[in-house]
Design a protein around this ligand. Structure first.
Ligand code: FAD
Length: 408
C-alpha cells in the first residue's frame, strides 16, 4: 500500500494551492487527478486576490510567463449605461490587476508547477472509495485502465471541485439558498474585438434583470461568452446548442454586433443548478476546499478566488495539525471562509434582485463607496476595515434605499 502524509484529491486551483502550502511545510503529498490535463473547466476570469495566493504558493512567475490577458478591472453594461470598476481605484491594499485565462492552460501550468515542487501527482486517477479510521484513512483509486490501488494518508484535502468526492460519499451536500440558475456558453474567434483596452476587458452585460452575459477576452484572440439566468429564460429556445446560442446572441445588441457571425470554437454547453452548499467544511481526517465546499454563482468571478483562499488556509491548518498543534477548525477555517463567502452571497443575491444594478448604474456614485465596492469585486472580502465587507448586507441595502429615495 502506498503511504503519504496528505492525499489531495483534484489538481485544480484549490488542490494545487493546498498541496504547495503543505509541501512548503515539509510534508509528503500525493495528489490524484481524475482527468488528463489540459482539461476544460469553466471559470476564466480571476480576481486580484488570487495574485497573493499564486505568489505565496510559488506559481506566480510561471503564470506570468504564459502571457495571459491582463485584467485591470471590470465593465458592467445595461443598455447605454456603463459602470466601470478599476482595481487601481480601490479601498483595500492589494493587487490592482490579475488575468483572464482559458482554464485548461492555466490549470496545466499550476499542475506542472506542483510537480516541479516535488508533489507526487498522478493524472487519470480517480478516487473511488475512502475508509476513515480516526484521522487516518485508506483511499481506493482507479486509473484509466481500471487498475485499482490503495493510498494510506494521515489527512485528506478534498479539492475535487464539481466532483464533490467527500460531500457525495458522506452525504454532506446541502442545497444552496441562492436560486437555481442555468448557463449556456462557448468560446468565439473574436475577429470583431474592439481595439484598445475596451476590447480586452471583461464585460458583464445586464440582458434582463435576472439574465446577464459574460464576455471574457483571452490574449489569443478567443473570447468566452456565456448567458446566465433563470431556467425559464431558456425555455422555448431552439434545442440545438448552436442554434440556441445564435438565438440568444441575436436577442442582445451588445453581443450581436460582435459575435453574430463569429466562429464557435466548440459546441455551446449548458450547465444548470451549479450553486451548492455543504453541511460542514471539515471532519475527522479531512478538509474540503474550493468548489467541494460551496459554490455561489459565476457573476462576480469569485470561484477561483475561494478555491485558492481555502486551499491556502486549509494547507496551513493541516500542516499545523500534523505538527501536533491544536487547530480550532470552526473558527480558523469555517468562520474565516464563511466571512468571505457570505460577503459575496450578499452581492450575488442583490445582483439578481436588481438592487445592485441600481447601485452600479446610479448617476451619482460616491467615489469612496465605489472604491469600497471595488475592493469586494477584487476579492478582498476579508478586509474588515471595509464597511462594504464588514456590514455587507446592511451597507448594500442601505445604499440601495438612499438611491431609490433620491430618485423619488
Ligand atoms: P476544479 O477546478 O473543478 O478542479 C477539481 C478537479 O478535481 C478537477 O480537475 C476534477 O477532474 C478533479 N476530480 C473530480 N473528481 C475527482 C475524483 N473522484 N478523483 C480525482 N480527481 C477528481 N470562477 C471564477 O473564478 N471566475 C469565473 O469567471 C467563473 N465563471 C464560472 C462560470 C460558470 C457558469 C460556473 C458554473 C462557474 C464559474 N466559476 C468561475 C467557478 C469555477 O469554475 C470554480 O469555482 C473553480 O473551478 C473551482 O476550482 P476547484 O479547484 O475547486 O475545482
Amino acid at each position: 500500500m502506498e503511504t503519504t502524509d496528505v492525499l489531495v484529491i483534484g489538481a485544480g486551483p484549490a488542490g494545487c494551492i493546498a498541496a504547495s502550502m503543505l509541501k512548503q511545510q515539509g510534508y509528503n503529498i500525493k495528489m490524484v487527478e481524475k482527468e488528463k490535463f489540459p482539461r476544460f473547466v469553466i471559470g476564466e476570469s480571476l480576481l486580484p486576490r488570487v495574485m497573493d495566493h499564486l505568489e505565496e504558493a510559488g506559481y506566480l512567475e510561471d503564470i506570468k510567463a504564459a502571457g495571459f490577458q491582463e485584467k485591470f478591472g471590470a465593465k458592467f453594461l445595461r443598455g447605454d449605461e456603463v459602470c466601470d470598476f478599476n482595481f487601481s481605484d480601490q479601498f483595500s491594499n492589494g493587487w490592482t490587476w490579475t488575468w483572464q485565462v482559458p482554464r485548461g492552460k492555466f490549470d496545466q501550468i499550476l499542475s506542472n508547477g506542483a510537480k516541479k515542487m516535488g508533489i507526487d501527482l498522478e493524472f487519470e486517477t480517480a478516487v473511488e472509495h475512502i475508509e476513515f479510521n480516526g484521522t487516518d484513512s485508506v483511499t481506493t483509486v482507479v486509473d484509466a485502465d481500471g487498475n485499482k490501488k490503495e493510498i494510506a494518508a494521515k489527512f485528506i484535502v478534498d479539492a475535487s471541485g464539481y466532483g464533490r468526492v467527500i460531500p457525495r460519499m458522506f452525504n454532506l451536500d446541502e442545497p444552496s439558498n441562492l436560486g437555481k440558475r442555468k448557463t449556456h456558453f462557448t468560446h468565439f474567434r473574436d475577429l470583431k474585438r474592439p481595439g484598445g483596452i475596451d476590447g480586452n476587458r471583461i464585460t458583464v452585460v445586464v440582458h434582463q434583470t435576472r439574465v446577464w452575459i459574460w464576455i471574457i477576452p483571452f490574449s489569443d484572440g478567443i473570447t468566452s461568452v456565456g448567458f446566465v439566468g433563470d431556467p425559464e429564460f431558456f425555455a422555448d429556445m431552439p434545442e440545438d446548442p448552436i442554434e440556441r446560442m445564435k438565438h440568444i446572441i441575436a436577442s442582445d445588441p451588445n453581443t450581436a454586433e460582435r459575435f453574430a457571425d463569429a466562429e464557435m470554437m466548440f459546441e455551446p454547453r449548458t450547465i444548470e443548478g451549479y450553486s451548492i452548499s455543504t453541511k460542514q467544511l471539515y471532519g475527522e481526517g479531512y478538509v474540503l476546499v474550493g468548489n467541494a465546499t460551496e459554490f455561489l454563482d459565476p457573476v462576480f468571478s469569485s470561484g477561483v478566488t475561494f478555491a485558492m483562499e481555502s486551499g491556502n488556509k486549509a494547507g496551513k491548518l493541516v500542516g499545523k495539525f500534523l505538527a501536533g498543534e491544536s487547530v480550532d477548525w470552526e473558527t480558523e477555517y469555517t468562520a474565516y471562509m464563511m466571512q468571505g463567502i457570505n460577503t459575496f452571497r450578499t452581492y450575488v443575491s442583490t445582483w439578481y434582485t436588481g438592487e445592485l444594478h441600481e447601485i452600479f448604474f446610479s448617476a451619482n456614485q460616491d467615489a469612496e463607496i465605489k472604491k469600497q465596492i471595488c475592493s469586494v469585486l477584487a476579492g478582498y472580502v476579508w478586509d474588515l476595515e471595509n464597511p462594504f465587507v464588514k456590514k455587507h448586507e446592511q451597507a448594500v441595502k442601505s445604499l440601495y434605499k438612499v438611491i431609490e429615495l433620491n430618485k423619488a
